[in-house]
Design a protein around this ligand. Structure first.
Ligand SMILES: C[S@@+](CC[C@H](N)C(=O)[O-])C[C@H]1O[C@@H](n2cnc3c(N)ncnc32)[C@H](O)[C@@H]1O
Length: 289
């Protein structure tokens, strides 16, 4: 009897909430909803909607939907700024010219998905054919489901062994040019040359004189080092650029160096080693004084 009454009450509560006629009911619904939204935002998951809360006789909260189709670490969620893509624009234009396609048709793949800013930024620069999907990169490798692309442009997660996995893929499985935005400490790791393998001799480094500032999406839990605006400058990072053939690399180095020398004031530098970058940055800073 008691159980039946409870059942009746629940039914009534759902009916009242659905009709929106009782402010107390609405308030309680709002509280449930606010609370689930708060918890969802803390965990980077998408909160269920109010309609979802009323879908069955009993109030059953649907299992929270994850924002990403793979495991993530909230400290990894940072998006690359537009200026970083501006700096590699000559590289991407060169690849498009080599392939005899207009920049808007160049197939650029960023396998690591945060919130999709890369597509917007590259589109501003005339590159409209960018693949950046909410799909597990490593599952794609396992399934041999690599999207057709001409170049990889990405900023990987720095946690766990993501960088190692990416380097393994670009140097031994994928014979395509790449531009990887990674912290300078990657090149100082003891195992760096073995990670880079043959690509070690096919690399150029492009570094901004002012370190890049990344943006953490508003839905992410912000650690202390991140400003209210979501902006953060965690490490000095540079583009690690590689072409499978040496001739293109040499042409590219000359071209980038000549652009860098004409910059007034200097904005970025290019070198064949990270040590060389450091030296050129110091020189450019002296020139500024
Ligand atoms: C530093 S962010 C960079 C995002 C974007 N590539 C950019 O440059 O703006 C790295 C992102 O990698 C994503 N990620 C982590 N593991 C992944 C996986 N297995 N497959 C695809 N993306 C992944 C995370 O969601 C994280 O936001």
């Amino acid at each position: 009897m008691g159980r039946l009454n409870k059942r009746k009450q629940t039914k009534e509560r759902i009916r009242v909430q659905a009709s929106g006629s009782t402010s107390a009911a609405l308030e309680s619904e709002a509280n449930v909803s606010m609370d689930s939204k708060r918890r969802a935002s803390e965990n980077n998951i998408v909160a269920p909607t109010n309609t979802a809360l009323m879908q069955s006789e009993a109030i059953v909260m649907s299992a929270p939907r994850r924002r990403h189709a793979f495991e993530t670490n909230s400290l990894d969620h940072c998006e690359t700024p537009l200026c970083a893509y501006e700096h590699i624009q000559p590289v991407l234009q060169h690849i498009a010219r080599q392939l005899h396609v207009p920049p808007r048709q160049l197939r650029i793949w960023d396998p690591y998905y945060c919130d999709g800013a890369v597509k917007r930024h590259l589109s501003v620069l005339g590159f409209d054919n960018v693949i950046n999907q909410n799909i597990d990169f490593y599952q794609r490798i396992k399934d041999n489901d690599i999207p057709p692309h001409d170049v990889i442009v990405t900023n990987p997660p720095y946690s766990e062994n993501h960088i190692e996995k990416l380097l393994h893929f670009v140097t031994s499985k994928n014979n395509k040019p790449f531009c990887l935005l990674m912290p300078n400490w990657v090149a100082r790791k003891a195992e760096y040359s073995s990670l880079m393998g043959n690509a070690t001799n096919h690399l150029l480094y492009l570094s901004p004189i002012q370190p890049y500032t990344y943006t953490m999406p508003s839905w992410n839990t912000k650690p202390e080092h991140v400003q209210e605006t979501g902006e953060t400058t965690p490490y000095l990072s540079s583009w690690y650029i590689s072409f499978p053939d040496t001739a293109t690399l040499t042409t590219m180095e000359k071209r980038l160096d000549s652009i860098a020398k004409r910059q007034q004031p200097p904005v970025w530098v290019v070198a064949k080693t990270v040590k060389g970058l450091k030296w050129k940055i110091q020189k450019a800073n002296k020139k500024k004084e």
